[in-house]
Design a protein around this ligand. Structure first.
Ligand code: NAD
Length: 512
């Protein structure tokens, strides 16, 4: 029953949309072809976007530089108050914006709304944070000296985001960066520019009403090349990039070459260990949603189940039974459990991974395949599949961004932890057990090596209050809650001598 035209109109999306914005101002790169954004839900075009070129990018950077000089002088709580108003506007637009997320990206309507809720939550978090950008104060070793640290804004924060969380990732970065006094340039995924345009309009409207200068919120729609402009630009103090490990390695090298700062949120290869002491009902629910929710297109999606040998056969049978009940179809129909993949390239990646797993000796437990016929016209709907594997198979080491679940079997918990950690990625992980010793070992220094380690919940999804991110090839970045804000600021140590003498540190004498 979703009226697509009405939603697009209400969110300010035109038939053909300009490519860059510094707030109220929008611009279009001349002689650039408009690209159609096609919905994976039904294969129909939603609207067109003209991608930016280097000229549009340059306009955004210059405006952002100017804006920073003013924005950094707004008191942080005042910046927080403006972010609070953005949160209010997101509340008002939650239903429509969530539906556009579903239409453009293909996740379920519930998850589309959930994503907008996450944006609202981070706004609330950022408002509180705007009064808590605390530095420490230390005792000086010299008499009549005071020493403390303070946190200052960095400047321009470039945000490169992935298609699968088309708006939440921007908000995790932008809301925190804004209360920290930074200005933002957002390069959304080329697969999901429309939701980005809608968000930019919502933010720009609030900034304008509060007399905030143009350039605090900038958007540059484009592909990889536009992301590369941000990476190599020394005027961009921090590049926060979310996406594949391949992209992260490239961005890290380019930003590293100019000694800029990066915050990387890259791929995962997340596992759940199910021990012989697990509550198997909970393990089933956690595994099922983790593996097939969002059609396996979350960075925290469950890719591997590491199951104790004593319950392996029982659990495997229950899981296969649950898979047979899954309804695959239009994500806007709330009866369905699994929606489409983002595009046909992703479908090919899914098929290739299944073939590779088979070639390496994997045993198919639940057969995959591409769905055809009524309701599947986009060609992006696939069957979630389960493959029994061995830990040393190459395909199990890789992240395939699709609903493919690998089963592995283990004997001792040490072995299970070694299997879990024995992949290049280190994002999310979980253990299902009711045994205290197993829990504590798993969470100890000798346990999970991931940025996120859960007990009796799956790997998928996270709350905004914690710092989000992972180790190894996941990139090491942390964003959202806890003290992740520190990445968006520079620390300055200040020592003040209020005495009439100038003693040197470490007791050094320098007498003439
Ligand atoms: P992707 O790497 O193809 O693209 C991500 C973004 O990077 C896009 O905006 C793209 O235009 C840009 N980009 C690509 N190459 C670039 C380059 N060389 N320089 C600068 N920018 C470049 O990823 P995707 O397919 O959109 O998203 C899926 C991937 O993202 C998965 O690997 C998933 O695990 C990961 N992801 C990670 C997190 C996390 O928080 N760890 C969250 C969401 C998604």
């Amino acid at each position: 029953d979703v009226n697509v035209r009405e939603i697009l109109k209400a969110l300010g999306i035109a038939e053909t949309n300009p490519s860059w914005s510094t707030g109220e101002k929008w611009g279009t790169a001349p002689d650039t072809e408009a690209k159609a954004v096609v919905s994976p839900v039904n294969g129909q075009p939603l609207a067109k976007v003209i991608f930016a070129n280097a000229g549009g990018y340059e306009q955004a950077v210059q405006e952002a530089q100017k804006a920073f000089l003013k924005w950094r002088t707004f008191p942080a709580p005042k910046r927080g108050e403006i972010v609070r108003q953005i949160g209010d506007q997101l509340r008002k637009n939650k239903e429509k914006l969530g539906a556009l997320v579903s239409l453009e990206m293909g996740k379920s309507l519930q998850e589309g709304w959930g994503e907008v809720q996450e944006m609202i939550d981070i706004c609330d978090f950022a408002v509180g944070l705007s009064r808590q950008l605390y530095g420490l104060s230390m005792h000086s070793e010299r008499p009549q000296h005071r020493m403390y640290e303070q946190w200052h804004p960095l400047g321009i924060v470039g945000i490169i985001s992935a298609f699968n969380f088309p708006v939440a990732v921007w908000s995790w970065n932008a809301m925190i960066a804004w209360v920290c006094g930074d200005v933002c340039i957002w390069k959304p995924s080329e697969k999901t520019p429309l939701t980005a345009i809608a968000c930019q309009k919502i933010a720009a409207d609030v900034f304008k009403r509060n007399g905030v200068p143009e350039g605090v919120s900038c958007l540059v729609a484009g592909g990889r090349e536009t992301g590369e402009l941000l990476a190599k630009d020394p005027r961009v103090a921090l590049v926060s990039a979310t996406g594949s490990t391949r992209m992260g390695k490239s961005v890290a090298a380019v930003v590293g070459a100019r000694l800029g700062r990066v915050l990387l949120e890259l791929g995962g290869n997340n596992a759940i260990i199910i021990t012989e002491n697990a509550d198997l009902d909970m393990a089933l629910t956690g595994s099922l949603f983790g593996a097939v929710g969002t059609a396996g297109q979350r960075c925290t999606s469950t890719r591997r189940l590491i199951i104790h040998e004593s319950i392996y056969e029982t659990f495997k049978a229950r899981l296969a039974g649950a898979y047979r009940q899954l309804k695959i179809g239009n994500p806007l129909d709330q009866q369905n459990h699994v929606g489409p993949l983002i595009d046909k390239d992703a479908v090919q990646g899914y098929l290739d991974a299944i073939e590779k797993a088979k070639a390496e000796g994997g045993k198919i437990l639940v057969e995959g395949g591409v769905l055809e016929g009524e309701g599947y016209a986009s060609g992006c709907y696939v069957r979630p599949c389960i493959i029994e594997t061995e830990k040393d198979m190459e395909i199990v080491q890789q992240e395939t961004f699709a609903p493919i679940l690998y089963l592995l079997r283990y004997g001792s918990l040490d072995e299970a932890i070694a299997i879990q950690n024995g992949v290049p990625q280190g994002l999310s992980s979980a253990i299902m057990t009711t045994n205290l010793r197993e829990v504590e070992l798993y969470l100890s220094a000798a346990g999970s090596d991931c940025g996120i380690a859960n007990v009796n919940i799956g790997t998928s999804g996270a709350e905004i209050g914690g710092a989000f991110g992972g180790e190894k090839e996941t990139g090491g970045g942390r964003e959202s809650g806890s003290d992740a804000w520190k990445t968006y600021m520079r620390r300055q140590t200040n020592t003040i001598n209020y005495g009439a003498e100038l003693p040197l540190a470490q007791g050094i004498r320098f007498d003439l």
